[in-house]
Design a protein around this ligand. Structure first.
Ligand code: GLN
Length: 487
């Protein structure tokens, strides 16, 4: 059994046909993590004992015929989702000692379905980053090329799936953190419409942008996984009150007659030529499936980065106020007084990028600068939303690169935060507009995967997954897996 090749759909079938038990599967993934994760560093915590217990329980459920689609299937979770009794660090020294006292809704739903948690994955600290280098636990490596980053902030989740440590993993996406690592690691990553997946128990970065989602081997798996975690949650005030839907329902429907918009601003010379060529080839495949293309404009693309890097840090500076050394998380040694405790706890436990963002956010929200920065950024946010609405008046989806370049070398952008921020140029507008989008593999540059992005209208997840699945029926980029070597 080559577990690193198996999809969620195949695992479901295998469990049903009793070709393997959940316990056997879980043991195989844990063994693979043990063999290879010393090189990749995709897990912060491996919950092996809990996983084995959960797998035995799942096998009992399977034997009784008490099954849900993910029963018995091992999964990995970004270390931003609270997991009852298990360390939830957000890759920060601040939360290195934090054992969550409750489960995030996403985790709770998966537990109820008896899926098996293998562990918690590496990420950029508090989800701030595009490379997984901002982690208290060290950089995560790209399984395709260990001298390169896996992308971020859900880099550990993407690396774990690409390396075959788990068949699928959860992620969160505030400005691209599911789609960009999925692109860098040759995977399918779906960021749902804001409000589709509950944020309850998902450590907050920028609450109006954060959205949980999935990183999988293909679109069919993304649909199966999304079915298991989506849905209204009264515990999240921004959760959308809407009937549950089956995201697999359109997978096999033809794309005949669909119109895909191509934003002129996204196909410029800032995109690596290998990426442009792969997308050109992908367009031909889609054309053969009955899709037509139309040029559209997203005029505010240039301003989106500036707006995002005001709004996200502003929200972050407010959200991260709670880490004060008093209630939970890191507290400095021997504080002189209360203020010393606040200052030193935060100074000692937040990494450089997190501190930079808190400073930017506090500055942008301060009385003298609020109108100049925060209010202006909110106005741009509205224009971005309007741009998309206008584009969607003439097309069903938008096709774009996910990233300007394939995975870059570890260390290449760490000295220049603005260069790192520019990595998000094609992904962040989607979060500012609250739209669903997915990244799927469409080629390689040498050994490095290339991803393309499909952006949809609000709540069009099923259509996006249909388009991605149809593309994957005609191509095999998504079936490639990297060869790993032991440390
Ligand atoms: N790279 C972006 C940032 O650093 C997006 C991160 C994310 O989506 N969590 O904020």
């Amino acid at each position: 059994m080559n577990i690193e090749q198996l999809t969620l759909a195949e695992l479901q079938q295998g469990l049903k046909d009793k070709r393997f038990s959940s316990l056997e599967l879980t043991q195989s993934y844990l063994a693979r993590i043990k063999d290879f994760d010393a090189t990749i560093n995709s897990f912060i915590t491996v919950t092996d004992e809990l996983a084995l217990t959960a797998a035995k329980l799942a096998d009992e459920q399977l034997a009784k015929g008490n099954t849900s689609p993910l029963t018995g299937i091992p999964l990995a979770h970004k270390d931003i989702f609270c997991t009852d009794g298990v360390k939830t660090s957000c890759a920060s020294k601040m939360l290195d000692n934090f054992i969550a006292p409750y489960n995030a809704t996403v985790i709770e739903k998966l537990n109820q379905q008896h899926s098996v948690m293998l562990g918690k994955t590496n990420m950029d600290e508090f989800a701030m980053g595009s490379s997984n280098e901002n982690s208290f636990y060290g950089a995560c490596k790209n399984p395709w090329e260990v001298s390169c980053v896996p992308g971020g902030s859900s880099g550990g989740s993407a690396a774990a799936v690409a390396a075959g440590f788990a068949p699928a993993a959860t992620g969160t996406d505030t400005g691209g953190s599911i789609r960009q690592p999925a692109a860098f690691c040759g995977l399918t990553g779906l960021k749902p419409t804001y409000g589709v997946v509950s944020r309850y128990g998902m450590v907050a970065y920028a609450s109006s942008l954060d959205q949980g989602g999935v990183i999988t081997k293909n679109a069919e798996d993304a649909a199966i996984f999304l079915n298991a975690i989506a849905g209204f949650d009264a515990k999240d005030s921004t959760s959308v009150e809407k009937a549950n839907e089956d995201y697999t329902r359109l997978l096999s429907a033809s794309l005949q007659g669909k119109v895909i918009g191509l934003p002129e601003e996204y196909f410029s010379d800032q995109v690596d030529s290998a990426i442009s060529q792969s997308i050109e080839a992908a367009k031909k495949v889609l054309e053969q499936q009955g899709v037509t293309f139309k040029s559209v404009n997203l005029k505010t693309t240039e301003q989106a980065i500036s707006a995002y890097y005001i709004i996200a840090p502003s929200e972050a500076s407010a959200n991260l106020q709670r880490y004060d050394g008093v209630r939970y998380g890191y507290r400095c040694d021997n504080p002189k007084d209360l203020e010393d405790m606040f200052v030193r706890s935060r100074t000692e436990a937040f990494g450089e990028e997190v501190q930079r963002r808190i400073l930017i956010g506090t500055y942008a929200l301060s009385a003298g600068f609020y109108d100049a920065y925060y209010r202006k950024a909110q106005k741009i946010r509205r224009l971005i939303k309007e741009d998309f609405e206008n584009a969607f008046a003439v097309c069903d989806f938008i096709l774009a690169p996910t990233t300007p370049t394939p995975a870059f070398k570890i260390g290449a952008n760490t000295k220049d935060p603005v260069a790192m921020y520019l990595e998000d140029i094609f992904t962040i507008s989607v979060n500012l507009a609250g739209l669903p989008a997915l990244s799927l593999p469409c080629g390689f540059k040498g050994n490095l995967p290339i991803g393309m992005q499909l952006i949809g209208k609000p709540f069009s997840e099923a259509e996006l997954l249909q388009a991605a699945h149809q593309f994957q029926q005609a191509t095999d980029w998504h079936t490639k897996t990297p060869v790993l070597t032991k440390a």
